[in-house]
Design a protein around this ligand. Structure first.
Ligand code: ARG
Length: 613
């Protein structure tokens, strides 16, 4: 065990001092605790402050951890003098190489023999469990993501929400949160009146069952065309007759009436709507499964109860939050901040709105789940909407409003599929698969060895789509570039998959029993390629904790690429096959650890790592 390992090195347990440390799940904490414990008496500073001020360096020649002396806010002396003095006073020890002072920083280099003996067995034994640290302690989080609108296309915003939200849900789950994955469907409103009228006129039962999402969209487009045409005709008529008031046409009228029937719960109207909804959800479930996503709840705008909606308007009115304006009801948020504007919460005709439904939905979610945190993964086009929502919840005096977070993101430019500019998730994934298949076929030798190229192309194509999305900061826009995302060159999905399959192949070929890896002589890992890869692997648990703070997929994706770049430059230097047995075992322990961590990271991102490609 770790404890006995340290004891055999003559090290007493320095960890009890730092309750937030997790040395059994995060090996680096052993070093952090030692540094903090040792420096505290030297500098007369609180060890906990030192502990939390230690940071990773950007490059290995600057050390593993650094301490910026100014962060400690010591009065009187110059930080660079303090750094010099502390470096000199730091005793020789089994954890850290002689400490270096660099300007106002202290640089700490881990002793890599000790690091290897702690990190590699931890990874090899803990396997899929290595990385995440239980910091959630069972706290409950709702992650609301994807949330497409039934009968309308699944656009780029939904794709990004799906990818980012799926990842954030996984990450919290692995870090000990009780996660509720929720899809808040756009499944109510006048468009369902339009859709129903369209379906009753020219919908097809057969097509509905076969492909509800495409068929409903087809019907929706066609009936809207008719409505627009009729509107034009009526407008002309009115103009010719010199009338101001225009009639929208019979089809629009019929649609409106149908929606009124839905709102009143007329059975045959509700039954048709429910079929559209159920069949669409059935299809969504299959599509999300391709991205390794399963929802706990399919909620939606339709699911907010009448009672809740009445309560919302009552609370707003009685709290003096809303006011009447031109027959409608509004909340004037400019009183609090100009940019929030005036929010309409009820239309003249008495029907409620997207915003009002969101207020009711949030209240119902709190009542039902008592969440500790709730994340809305929604495009930044809706920044204002969510700011208004959060503000109104605050004005209503709900303390839990502070627990809501909007995770926003930028746009995808130039997204289209072979079938046109209107995109459906299934088409995007199918396109990526076919393109990937083409790319794979170019390498004849390899291609002929892949057992099921169709499946591999499908998985790797999806990886390309996901990694492209996660490569930059969320808020940045990016170009949907099929050529690039299916390429093996650069920081792409196929590159990550290739790294995983190459490591898998090394393991297969070397065929060394697991116990021999765990018990290997790690002092044989002395080359700088080996030690740098090891130092990188040690960062993984901290990378995950950091990602919980940034809520940025790119935090982990960037790190995975850093790790795989180190791997790429190692293969020629650190050979396994044909090497003498002891060295082979030590090196394979390192590679197998890298494969395991890469696998863990990819799964977290929602990817399926492949073993051969
Ligand atoms: N259905 C909405 C749309 O497609 C997204 C819903 C976002 N979530 C929310 N609670 N408003 O634009």
């Amino acid at each position: 065990s770790l404890q006995s390992q340290l004891a055999s090195l003559g090290i007493s347990d320095p960890l009890s001092v730092f309750p937030e440390s997790n040395p059994t799940t995060n090996p680096v904490d052993v070093f952090r605790c030692y540094i903090a414990n040792t420096l505290a008496p030297i500098g007369g500073v609180d060890g906990k402050l030192i502990y939390s001020s230690l940071e990773w360096t950007q490059s290995f020649d600057k050390g593993d951890l650094i301490l910026a002396i100014p962060r400690l806010r010591l009065k009187g002396r110059k930080p660079d003098e303090i750094a010099e003095e502390w470096a000199k006073k730091f005793p020789e020890n089994p954890y850290i190489l002689p400490v270096k002072a660099a300007g106002t920083f202290l640089q700490f280099f881990f002793r890599t023999n000790l690091l290897a003996s702690i990190v590699l067995p931890a990874i090899l034994k803990r396997k899929a469990a290595y990385g995440p640290i239980n910091t959630g302690n069972g706290k409950r989080i709702i992650v609301e993501f994807s949330s497409p609108n039934i009968a309308k296309p699944f656009h780029a915003g939904h794709l990004r929400s799906t990818i980012i939200g799926g990842f954030l849900a996984n990450l919290h789950e692995r870090c000990g949160w009780d996660v509720i994955r929720m899809n808040y469907l756009g499944d109510w409103g006048k468009q369902f009146g339009i859709l129903s009228v369209g379906f009753n006129r020219f919908g097809s039962e057969e097509k509905l069952l076969e492909d509800p999402i495409h068929h409903l969209f087809e019907v929706y487009v066609e009936i809207n065309r008719i409505i627009t045409e009729e509107k034009e005709i009526e407008k002309k008529k009115a103009e010719d007759a010199g009338e101001k008031q225009t009639y929208n046409g019979p089809t629009d009228e019929e649609a409106k009436n149908f929606f009124v029937k839905m709102e009143h719960g007329v059975p045959e109207a509700v039954a048709l709507w429910r079929r559209f909804r159920d069949l669409s959800i059935e299809k969504y479930i299959a599509t999300y499964a391709r991205l390794n996503i399963q929802y706990d709840v399919y909620s939606g705008e339709s699911q907010v109860s009448k009672e809740t909606m009445q309560k919302v308007s009552q609370l707003l009115r009685e709290g003096g939050i809303s006011e009447e304006s031109d027959g409608a009801v509004i909340v004037d948020l400019t009183k609090h901040s100009k940019k929030l504007g005036k929010a309409i919460v009820q239309k003249k005709d008495g029907t409620t709105l997207y915003l009002t439904r969101d207020i009711g939905a949030a209240m119902e979610r709190y009542d039902k789940y008592k969440f500790d945190k709730m994340i809305y993964v929604v495009a930044s086009q809706q920044d204002l909407h969510l700011q208004q929502l959060f503000k109104i919840i605050e004005l209503l005096g709900f303390e839990w409003g502070k627990r809501m977070v909007h995770v926003n993101f930028g746009m995808v430019l130039g997204m289209s599929s072979r079938k046109g500019t209107v995109v459906f998730l299934d088409d995007i994934l199918a396109d990526a698969r076919d393109k990937m298949h083409e790319v794979m076929k170019k390498n004849d030798d390899k291609y002929s060895q892949v057992e099921d190229p169709e499946t591999v192309a499908d998985i790797v194509g999806r990886t390309g789509v996901i990694i492209q999305d996660m490569s930059g900061k969320r808020i940045n826009n990016y170009n949907f570039d099929q050529e690039r995302m299916t390429s093996f060159e650069g920081d792409t999905g196929p590159y990550l998959q290739y790294a995983h399959s190459r490591l898998s192949s090394i393991s297969r070929k070397a065929a060394i029993p697991e116990q021999d890896l765990i018990n290997a002589d790690f002092t044989l890992l002395s080359e700088v390629h080996a030690t740098n890869l090891l130092r990188c692997l040690a960062q993984y648990p901290d990378v995950l904790q950091n990602t919980l703070k940034t809520l940025e997929p790119t935090t982990i994706v960037t790190w995975l690429f850093k790790m795989t770049h180190l791997l790429s430059s190692s293969y020629d230097v650190l050979r396994v096959v044909g090497e003498e047995p002891k060295k082979a075992a030590a090196r394979l322990a390192l590679y197998e650890s890298a494969r395991q961590v890469l696998n863990n990271g990819m799964q977290l991102l929602g990817l399926t790592p492949v073993e051969r490609m």
